[in-house]
Each structure stands twice: as C-alpha cells, then as structure tokens.
Design a protein around this ligand. Structure first.
Ligand SMILES: Cc1cc2nc3c(=O)[nH]c(=O)nc-3n(C[C@H](O)[C@H](O)[C@H](O)COP(=O)(O)O)c2cc1C
Length: 223
C-alpha cells in the first residue's frame, strides 16, 4: 500500500500544515502503508505555460521536479494533498503542481485511487481550500476519504492540537483501510463520473488538437 503525500507549504515539516500532515502519515504507517512525501517548498515545479503539449503528446516539456512527483502520484494507491490557505486558495506551489497535472486530469487518470486532504489557515477560512482540493481530487478520478483542517493557532495550544492530531491519525488509518478494502463512496459517483464524461466529450470535440488524449481514450475503450 503506497501513499504519496504532497505538502504545498513553503514551511515544510515544521509548518502547521506539515505537522498536521505528519500525523495523517503516521496514521497511514500504523495501518501498514509505505509513505513517500514531497515537500514542494524544496522542489522546483514551474507554473504551467498552457502550451497544450500534454494533451497533444502526453509529455510536459518543462524540465523540473514535476516528472518525478507526477510519476509517484500516478503509481500510488492513495494520495494526500496538503496546503495552507494563501489568499483564500492553495499556495502557488500547490497550484503549479495541480495545473501541471492537467494531462492526467483530462484522462481521469487517478481513477481507482483514494485521497485525503490536509488544510491549515490563520483564521477560520479552511473550507474553501479543503473544498477546492476535494473537487480537484474527485475530478481527476479519486474517491475522497475525508480531510483534516485546523487554524494555525490551535496547533500551538497543546490540548487543541492533541485533538486535531488524533483526528489526523484516524484519517490516515481510514485512508489506508479504504484503499485496502476498495471501499466505495456512492455519494461521490455522480460528481466523479460527470467530470470524466465532461472531459471525454471535450477530448472528442478537440480530437485533432488533443491527439494523444483522443488516441489514449480510444485505445482504452473509453470513447
Ligand atoms: C501569503 C500568505 C497568505 C495567507 N492568506 C491567508 C488567508 O487568506 N486566510 C487565512 O486564514 N490565512 C492565511 N494565511 C495564513 C496561513 O494560512 C497560516 O499561517 C497557515 O497555517 C500556514 O501554514 P504553514 O505553517 O504550513 O505554512 C496566509 C499566509 C501567508 C504567508
């Protein structure tokens, strides 16, 4: 059971997001999983240039850490995306990664994977970021097991932090159990399948531009 986690905070393991994420990953290890963690603050993932090469050729021409991170995510059984709230959204580092995943996103390539989210914020603005990450994860094909979120100040108070850390560990264990038992979340099906259908329709319409994706879907009997 391979878990791949990505922390979008520039503060790494020592930041609020990194500390909460560490508890989730501790829970996944307790449940028997192997973990690979990517700290985006230490990696270079350039912003997407919108060249469409991923749709035409299946390859991103930008040379940086993206190839390594995306290959690990594609090989994972379950993924964890973690980000603090930066101006009502994920960090620029996380957004660059998600934009660069546009090719796999079109192909709903995370189908069969399970996912969880970790979000922190200075104040109460946790839900917009958690909802955004969840929407992305379902639209790329994952079933989402849940998320943990905390205001940064709560993680400096021992009692409040303990409560959130316990919730985070339980989430990690649930993520591994869901992936191992192939649990299904029927409430997510309509959203996930609508996203896949939308992309199939768009790829059919754009078949002469997005030739790699059109051929991929045909080859896999999805058109
Ligand atoms: C550039 C920047 C923008 C931020 N924007 C918000 C925001 O819009 N809303 C909010 O509640 N917190 C905001 N924060 C606070 C962070 O979300 C919060 O401190 C978070 O826990 C930091 O996580 P980290 O320690 O893992 O980096 C912002 C912080 C920075 C540095």
């Amino acid at each position: 059971m391979q878990i791949v986690a990505v922390n979008g905070s520039p503060h790494g393991e020592k930041g609020s997001t990194g500390r909460l994420l560490a508890e989730v990953l501790g829970g996944t290890r307790e449940a028997g999983a192997t973990v690979q963690l990517f700290e985006l603050g230490r990696l270079e993932i350039k912003p997407c240039r919108g060249c469409d090469a991923c749709h035409r050729t299946g390859q991103c021409p930008l040379a940086d850490a993206f190839a390594q991170v995306s290959a690990a995510l594609l090989a994972a059984d379950a993924v964890v995306l973690a980000s603090p709230n930066y101006m009502f959204h994920v960090t620029a580092q996380m957004k660059s990664l998600l934009d660069r995943l546009c090719g796999p996103f079109h192909l709903h390539a995370f189908e069969g994977k399970y996912a969880a989210t970790v979000v922190t914020a200075g104040g109460p603005e946790l839900a917009p970021v958690a909802d955004y990450l969840t929407r992305f994860l379902r639209a790329i094909g994952c079933q989402t097991v849940g998320g943990v979120a905390a205001e940064a100040y709560r993680l400096t108070d021992a009692a409040a932090a303990g409560e959130r850390f316990a919730e985070a560990r339980a989430l990690g264990r649930r993520l591994v159990e869901a992936a191992r038992d192939k649990v299904s979340f029927p409430g997510q099906e309509a959203e996930r399948s609508a996203a896949a259908r939308r992309m199939r329709e768009l790829i059919s319409l754009r078949h002469s531009d997005w030739s790699y994706e059109y051929e991929y879907l045909r080859h896999h009997g999805q058109l």
